[in-house]
Design a protein around this ligand. Structure first.
Ligand SMILES: [Mg+2]
Length: 388
């Protein structure tokens, strides 16, 4: 089998009134870069990358730099091709755009391999340990201009958190860091009061703080029985991570802004994190995710992939989690229940909820892993055309 053609699609959905904010930026739209690799035998594979920031640079990296390396090659040689792409771009692309481009291509190659062998990607990754994956809701962002009025914010937050409990979520991740520690503390307390003690709360700061402020915020989280603190400090601030983790008892999670095994080697071996959160569509694809997962296991660091993007990205994370062995109780038995978890963003996202021919749904409080060969999903081209 040979690679015949590589197509790229940039999808965008303006959010209008539904826009939301993290501590770092506004989200005025949903965007996604999809890759379709076609072979001379009619088998094709889908991949996704370029979810952070504009997708156009990633598209150019794929079209101008990586595609010429791949045309005519055997797609089943995905490991060989990964290293060829990485070696070709190493001098200028160890993080960011080029790694996201490699991620998208690598995922499409895994999809092709699965289809060629008539097995799922999770089977290719060593076997399917589960057919459905526990999930946590990501929500409780800063919305509209509500954050200017803490009273309205608290009211809306309580309703939002309660709605996730009603949907069957046992774990909710909330956003922090846009307001002062004192104001954000009120948000955490309000959510804890609303959901009670049986629901797990996780907190994502999107690297809002310096180490000193992160420690102050961390103590608020500990007082509210929050289970992990995500990205307390800047991704570059290795010293800060170590200081925060050394001072706090709460588990520290990070990795969505980190790339490749080399990046996670530093985060894990330098004692920065308890939970690694590689985004498979950004960190180097499924091939690199497997290497990161193995490295993390050797350091008893849990891995909960960051999941963002379209239905393709969700299928990728599900396939990876289906093959993940049971995790040790790294942070809290209630949190992991010895089972890995998938991040399930609750914001409006038609690219995730409408794009596939068979969209992925929730069943009995879990997300079902698609079966069928490869990623087990296919894109509805009519829907895709709506968003390009
Ligand atoms: Mg995050």
């Amino acid at each position: 089998m040979r690679i015949k053609e590589i197509q790229t699609y940039i999808l965008k959905v303006p959010l209008g009134e539904k826009r939301f904010f993290s501590s770092q930026c506004a989200f005025p739209e949903r965007n996604s870069l999809l890759v379709k690799i076609l072979t001379d035998e009619g088998i094709y594979g889908w991949g996704e990358g370029g979810q952070y920031g504009p997708a156009e640079p990633v598209q150019i990296a794929i079209e101008k730099v990586l595609t010429p390396l791949l045309i005519g090659k055997d797609p089943l040689d995905k490991e060989i091709l990964w290293h060829q792409m990485y070696n070709h771009t190493r001098d200028f692309g160890q993080k960011g755009t080029y790694i996201e481009a490699i991620s998208a291509i690598d995922i499409a190659l895994w999809d092709i391999c699965g289809k060629a062998l008539n097995v799922s990607v999770s089977k290719l990754m060593g076997g399917r340990q589960r057919d459905a994956v526990d999930m946590y809701a990501t929500g409780c962002y800063y919305r509209g201009d509500q954050y200017l009025d803490l009273g309205k914010t608290l009211d809306a937050l309580e309703k939002e958190a309660a709605s996730y409990v009603d949907l069957g979520f046992k774990m909710i991740k909330i956003k922090l860091g846009l307001l002062s520690v004192e104001q954000d503390a009120k948000r955490v307390e309000a959510i804890r009061k609303t959901v009670g003690e049986d629901i797990g709360i996780l907190a994502d700061c999107n690297h809002a703080y310096n180490a000193y402020t992160a420690i102050r915020m961390g103590r608020v989280l500990e007082a509210n029985r929050v289970l992990f603190m995500e990205e307390p400090v800047l991704p570059e601030d290795i010293e800060g991570y170590r200081r925060v983790r050394g001072k706090l008892d709460i588990a520290i999670a990070a990795g969505e802004c980190e790339f490749t095994l080399y990046g996670f080697k530093r985060l894990i071996s330098e004692g920065c994190i308890d939970i690694a959160q590689p985004d498979i569509c950004c960190t180097g694809g499924l091939s690199e995710y497997l290497r990161i997962r193995t490295f993390a296991q050797a350091h008893t660091t849990a891995v909960i992939p960051h999941a963002w993007g379209s239905g393709i990205a969700l299928a990728v994370a599900l396939q990876a989690l289906a093959s993940t062995p049971l995790e040790p109780h790294t942070a809290n038995p209630v949190m992991f229940q010895n089972e890995p978890m998938i991040e399930y963003d609750r914001n409006f996202n038609p690219l995730r909820d409408e794009l596939l021919i068979h969209n992925i749904g929730i069943e009995n409080g879990k997300v079902k892993v698609p079966d069928g060969p490869g990623l087990g999903v296919d894109v509805d081209m009519d829907i895709l055309k709506k968003y390009i």
